[in-house]
Design a protein around this ligand. Structure first.
Ligand code: PEP
Ligand code: MN
Length: 373
């Protein structure tokens, strides 16, 4: 059961204190208080965990701080969206993530050397970007392939990020010890930047890793859907993160394995952007690089990666995770899909066009859904 309090309620008020004490007095029910700061108001929810079937909804609604009570019928207990519930919104290192806005995380699939990291960060700053992706721990199909520079490259990456005003770096972790390494290096350097921990598609159902990453709340999480499991299985997997305590999760589509996706690397699944927004409260990301996997252009002069990106953005995607490189042919990992750094302004402008079209489509929908009497 979710108890939604009046928005922006004062935690020192009598109404709040009285309501919380009454809920905490419920026998055999655990109360978890979650606060979701938004742009205009802060939503506080109290999740009642345990057998709530005998609790009267009306009695809870009568408590002074309570705005609404929702009985959770859905299987995605924490991340699921019940009708009328707002999407999650969270701020990390000065950047707000929600189902309403859009951030681009362009960067290196794999960190290779300082020169390329610096060139990438510099290009991003020149375009007013504050987010990037930097792979330090790379899960590779073959154990003989480059596995990423690991902990050794973190000080350089974080210092460069700080130098160029980058606030959030999406970085995949494949083991819980990587989270400790990231936290340790960031602390040593005085937190010049922030990290969003990425769970890769190959680890989408690594439940121990999910519990470990979900049990820390220092870093938000970018969860990639599993490439060989259903959407529902991926949403359940994300629920492991939330159940462990961290609700600051972005669900990222990255295509699914299918023979029928060829010549693309995967079957692009960005038509699921609105589906996830409807089923869950998480902001939704798209990774056009790992979905499409190649830079071929159609006769209109636009590459398939750009087309797929804008298809996701025009449907309301909230984050774009994309591989760039100062010299793609030299990229050690996924060189076929890396966009040349000099195209960054083009890519961003293309996204801005699609986003504007999405905003217009929302206004059009409002007009048709709420026609004047
Ligand atoms: C990546 O983003 O670098 C990556 C390996 O993605 P995925 O887990 O989606 O394959
Ligand atoms: Mn890659």
């Amino acid at each position: 059961m979710i108890v939604i309090l009046h928005s922006s309620i004062d935690k020192n008020s009598y109404d709040y204190q009285h309501t919380v004490s009454a809920l905490e007095a419920l026998p055999e029910i655990e109360c978890q208080i979650h606060t979701y700061p938004g742009k205009y108001e802060t939503i506080t929810e109290i999740h009642l965990i345990g057998n709530t079937s005998k609790i009267s909804k009306e009695n809870i609604e009568a408590l002074p701080a309570v705005s609404r009570v929702i009985r959770i019928s859905d299987e995605y207990k924490i991340l699921g969206r019940e009708p009328g519930q707002p999407g999650f919104s969270f701020e990390y290192n000065g950047v707000t993530f929600s189902q309403e806005n859009l951030h681009v995380f362009a960067g290196l699939c794999a960190v290779d050397n300082q020169k390329n990291v610096e060139a990438m960060m510099k290009a991003l700053q020149a375009q007013g970007q504050v987010c990037t992706r930097m792979g330090a721990y790379k899960p590779r199909t073959s154990p003989y392939s480059f596995q990423g520079l690991g902990k050794a490259c973190l000080p350089m990456v974080f210092e460069m990020a700080g130098k160029y005003g980058i606030k959030v770096i999406a970085m995949e972790v494949t083991h819980e010890k990587h989270v400790e390494e990231i936290a340790e290096v960031l602390n040593q350097l005085g937190n010049p930047t922030g990290v969003m921990l990425q769970i890769g598609t190959r680890n989408a159902q690594n439940f121990e890793l999910l519990r470990a990453v979900g049990s820390q709340t220092t870093f938000p999480i970018l969860f990639k859907r599993g490439y060989g499991i259903s959407l529902s299985e991926s949403l359940h997997a994300a629920e492991y993160l939330a159940d462990a305590g961290n609700h600051n999760i972005i669900f990222c589509l990255r295509g699914v394995k299918s023979l029928f996706g060829a010549p693309h690397r995967n079957m692009v699944d960005f038509a699921h952007v609105p589906v996830i927004k409807r089923l869950s409260r998480m902001p939704v990301g798209i990774d056009p690089s790992h979905s499409v996997g190649l830079l071929s252009k159609s006769p209109d002069g636009i590459s398939d990666i750009y087309h797929a990106t804008t298809q996701g953005v025009i449907s309301g995607a909230n984050l774009v995770l994309v591989d760039f490189h100062p010299n793609p042919s030299e990229a050690i990992v996924d060189s076929r899909q890396a966009i040349h750094i000099h195209q960054l302004p083009w890519f961003l402008e293309d996204i801005a066009i699609a986003r504007k079209a999405y905003e217009q489509r929302k206004i059009l929908a409002q007009r048709w859904n709420n026609p004047n009497p």
